[in-house]
Design a protein around this ligand. Structure first.
Ligand code: 5GP
Length: 226
């Protein structure tokens, strides 16, 4: 799905050359409250679509069991995180549940310029910051698509957060409180995908990518029909 499918024949001086449409990649921002299933959905999408890049974020939180540095996150300390802020290396960063998380420019910009699609798993304030930055940076504005991944209900969200068994009660309460206020933000997004069943959600997102590939918004206008 993420390989360039369309080959467009162009007749030039009686020789037929083929060219791919010069298309910028999509930066799909998958956002929503903690417990909506963002990581599970992202992991499955990545496994099934090796051509899809994933934006690995930096975080100051400790790795959980099974998490790999450089694959799930770049696990860095506070000092290193502050240095990256100072060097202007982040598109956005935020404090989420007491830890810092940040999206590196290097994970997105060159890839979308090269026509590659990038998937981002970020929280709601991070998505908001990217939306704000994109108003001043036309490349970001063209490439970003904002998808709100929502749970089927608040009750289901609570069940999932408790079912993880990785967090203490105090952390769960904090996350639930944040989630309650975050659910209303679906209105600020371009698309709403309800994660009722993970297989279907992944299919929905693959279909969404297919449709977004047809958008003229990311096509360079030079040389398409010449
Ligand atoms: P977790 O610690 O469970 O992996 O992630 C906690 C929250 O931080 C999730 O909602 C996740 O989407 C969000 N998050 C992950 N990476 C980033 C990032 O680079 N920026 C922001 N703002 N949030 C992030």
């Amino acid at each position: 799905m993420f390989e360039e499918k369309g080959i467009y024949p162009i007749i030039e001086n009686r020789t037929i050359t083929t060219m791919k449409p010069p298309r910028l990649g999509i930066a799909m921002i998958l956002s929503g409250p903690s417990g909506a299933g963002k990581s599970t959905v992202c992991n499955l999408l990545r496994q099934r679509n090796p051509g899809l890049c994933f934006s690995v974020s930096c975080t100051t939180r400790e790795p959980r069991n099974g998490e790999v540095d450089g694959r799930d996150y770049y696990f860095i300390d506070q000092k290193n995180f502050q240095r990256k802020i100072k060097n202007n290396e982040f598109v956005e960063y935020a404090e989420v549940h007491g830890n810092f998380y940040g999206t590196l420019k290097s994970e997105i910009i060159e890839r979308v310029r090269a026509g590659k699609d990038v998937l981002l798993d970020i929280d709601i304030q991070g998505a908001f910051h990217i939306r704000e930055s994109s108003k001043q940076y036309s490349l970001l504005e063209k490439c970003t698509e904002f998808v709100f991944l929502g749970p089927p209900s608040f009750g289901e969200l609570e069940k999932r957060l408790r079912g993880r068994g990785t967090e203490k009660e105090e952390v769960i309460m904090k996350r639930l409180e944040t989630a309650k206020s975050e659910l209303d933000h679906w209105r600020d997004y371009d698309y709403l995908v309800i994660n009722k069943e993970v297989e279907q959600t992944v299919k929905d997102l693959e279909t969404l990518f297919d449709i977004l590939h047809k958008s003229t918004k990311r096509l360079e206008d030079s040389g398409f029909y010449t």
